[in-house]
Design a protein around this ligand. Sequence first.
Ligand SMILES: [Zn+2]
Length: 647
Amino acid sequence: MPQKLQYSNLSYIIDTTTWHEIEKLKINEWKLDQSEIEINSYITNPTNLKNTKMFHLANMITISPNSFNTNYKNDYNKNLPLLVKFQNFNIEQDLINLNIKEYIEQQTTQFLSVDMLTEDNYKYLLHGVLFTYSDLKHHLFKFIMDFPVLTFESSYVYSEKYDSIEDIINISFDQFVNQNNINSLYPIVINKQDKSVKPLTREVVMQLNSNMVVCMYTLSPHNMLGLNWKNLINYMRIVNPNLINFNILAMCESWEKSLYFKCTCDPLTNGQLKTIKLSSLLKPTITTIDLSKSMNPHKIAESASKLNLNLMKWRMLPDLELDDLSNSKVLLLGSGTLGCNIARNLLMWGVTNITLVDRGTVSYSNPVRQSLFEFKDCFQKNNNESIHNLKCNVAVNALKRILPTANCVGVNLTIPMPGHRIDDQNMDQTVQDIKQLEQLILDHDVTYLLTDNRESRWLPTLLCSVHQKPVINVALGIESFVVMRHGLQGQGENRLGCYFCNDIVAPEDSISNRSIDQQCTITRPGLSPIASAIAVEILASIYNHPLKFLAPAYDENNTDAENEKCQTVVSVIPQQIRGEMRCYSNTIMNGCQFDKCVACSDIMKKCFEQDKYDFIIRCINEHGFIQKTCGLDNIGTCEMIEFDFDE
Ligand SMILES: [Zn+2]
């Protein structure tokens, strides 16, 4: 007795990790592009159901991060791809306004205008549609998913089950699958007489007869036809409205589980043909996924902290390079006003590998100016606990409160300085300090010189020059500042100078025997934040230049062609920016390396390589030794440009 053909529904799951993938793609690749793309969902290969023993998966399609990976190598023995048209809206209201039922119906004309029975178009015969909106700030996702089903008014197909499959196929199920390489949801047609197999095309549909069997996998649990069959049978009837008899073989995990039907129906009338449309299968409403509840708050903070940077790439700076910058390891020598501000500015650019070096403790005068310290950090309950109030450690703790995933380390270290004599009993410790400083420089990509006096910048400058490690130096005067990147050997004959290249005297003790107003602190309060911000912006520029720290210096007097080489998407890269507050002006300046420089000259490098730490101790302890080494002792002294520093 023929029975009305019935079809099972199709359902779906979206793997939670998919939303993270969508978030990543939206930020880094799609940005403001909201055009429709085609992705693959996956459904268990019906042949494989017997191995998985999970028959409930037979009509369940899965969307996973692999769906968005165009290079993903699918294992067809396990899963078959099913096309999903995907669109991620920029504006939430566009998703809210979307009437999915109307949208799918509107696709009918286009659907019917192409021949679905060709190799290129089979995949559209049954496909999904997925619309999403991603609220990146709150990790909130909204979506609508549906499947267009081909329908027309009141014309049923009746089916009668054949007893045995042997009249068409005399080989095993697996043999049949392998011989014909059936690893898709595309229909084929089997000739009962000569057992030949060919793709189902429009021409074949026009000529279907009782000797032919239309064959395709079924996406359905046992004894039902899947939705893919509904769309195929209805499409065949549209192609050939006079089709009234046809055979179908809906393949599942074995011949026993497959369905072999003789189907009958009435011819489609013109009136029925006019009612053809694509209909919504699920008629869904918007579903909301809130990932923030399942995410580690630290991870949320980490990704949110980079959101604004990534948003810059959407419209303003599409070529902005952020990865190298945020992966860089930055050493800050000095954790006072400048160190605190630089560290905060580095976090803003996504730089989280920061080591802060200082030997001082937080004093009552610090918190108002030094942005990582608070009043409570000034207390020292007893001498044993004073270690907790070291500036470098307090600053690190503050940075971790701001961004818990920041990889910050504090190092309590004294930097030996020329003119500050080292006694014999402190010699071993000093050599150890020099070695530790050297190792820190080697372990980081760039060193910022932010200490409170001139002479403490000499040893790091020398060590960075010896090891060819980049330096950015920031110094404050009463109402002026300089931000300067040091030159590197790789710049060849155009090597830029260092902080000491303009000097013809070696650094000496500038701290002892000075009154308190001469020692430090007397700078306009706004100077440090301004200079620190510039010193970090210049780092962002450097990381956006193909030559990085070897980039030539921008110079107003250069030709446009020359300056083009110093240009990045962020800004030009000068060597020095000198600012002053009286006229609120900044001046860009350049200086070449001085061959007799007390810190970066070849002779200093050579002497260090020869005598290592003994050489440094002599530089520190012996008055006039550095000048003599560099050949400066014959040059008359002249007035040194002096800066005061805010400790
Ligand atoms: Zn120099």
